[in-house]
Ligand binder design. Sequence first.
Ligand SMILES: Cc1ncc(COP(=O)(O)O)c(C=O)c1O
Length: 386
Amino acid sequence: MPESPIRKLVPYAEEAYKQGKTVYHLNIGQPDIKTPEIALDAVKHHGLDILAYSRSEGSEDYRKKIALYYQKNNINVSHNDIIVTTGGSEALLFAFGSITDFGDEVIIPEPFYANYNGFSTASGLKIVPVISKIENNFALPPIEDFENLITPKTKAILICNPGNPTGYLYSKEEIKKLAAIVKKHDLFLIADEVYREFVYDSKVHYSIMQEDDLKEHAIMVDSVSKRYSMCGARIGYLVTRNKDVIKTALKFAQARLSPPTFAQIASEAALDTPQSYFDEVIEEYVDRRNTLMSELKKIEGVKVGKPSGAFYCIAELPIKSADNFAQWLLEKFDFDNETVMIAPAAGFYSTPNVGLNQIRIAYVLKKESLIRAVAILKEALKVYKD
Ligand SMILES: Cc1ncc(COP(=O)(O)O)c(C=O)c1O
């Protein structure tokens, strides 16, 4: 199993704490936004006598409410098209397990969410990457690049929309291009839409589930983790209108018995979160993104892709190895006893030696902390020697 490219730096961060340094975490995807009270209250007042297993596919009431949420978002699915999973992570594992055999291939635009490496290794799959470029803001690579990589072993194309780590939001036209190619070659299109709610600049998220033509070919992965700042609930869903995929995924779900019961109670209640909560959260992220972009632009030699969604961006630094730089920041550097922890982007690529001078920044810190963190980064780059 591949090591998480982010977590491998944790011992160095611990060393920095021991040295009494303050560390600004630009490396993690844990939002600092409050979980909706309505979700926490539902667990506080649960009224259960037995904390029992739920159905393997998740409670029926909850799935019916999820289907209503999707219908409001122009995605026409029923509760029978949904399996509740232990986070989006498990939905990805179920999707891979359900549609592939050992040795099959999945094409993924890179940079991609690093754990796709782990999920594909665990499922005995090979990831076939298609490089997307910072110069194009990580837009969808030409569709011919995908087509050239399709072999008899290819089972799916996987996208993350909006993207972690790029923040790129695929347009309706890009989704349509992908839809056409998966239909032509009879593949699945898996879309990880866990950041679907985080879309900025009046742009609109277009889901693969809105493509009527893709009925049998589309599998969506979703999660409550970021939407309601409920990462610890461990609830996600696999959504597809393909009955065979649901039938197979259910066998995986049965093997692990049930998604967590308390977390389903919290997540069901979270569906009643008022729109004002999301409006405020989006406003906050837009403000943070704008701050981060303008602060990064003040550093000479830094190139950055502008995100339209999620809460990450990739920045290219005037250095050779972001891996070495990230370790050095924690081990050797401080600016008034403060430093930053960054995620080297190489771990988000599967092509070797690509993105070596790039980092992923998560803007899950308050605006003042972001300004300070980028100022520290700027000072560090002044003195750092590769
Ligand atoms: C793109 C993406 N997909 C899936 C996940 C998995 O999230 P969870 O298992 O908490 O739902 C994450 C978590 O950071 C993510 O960033």
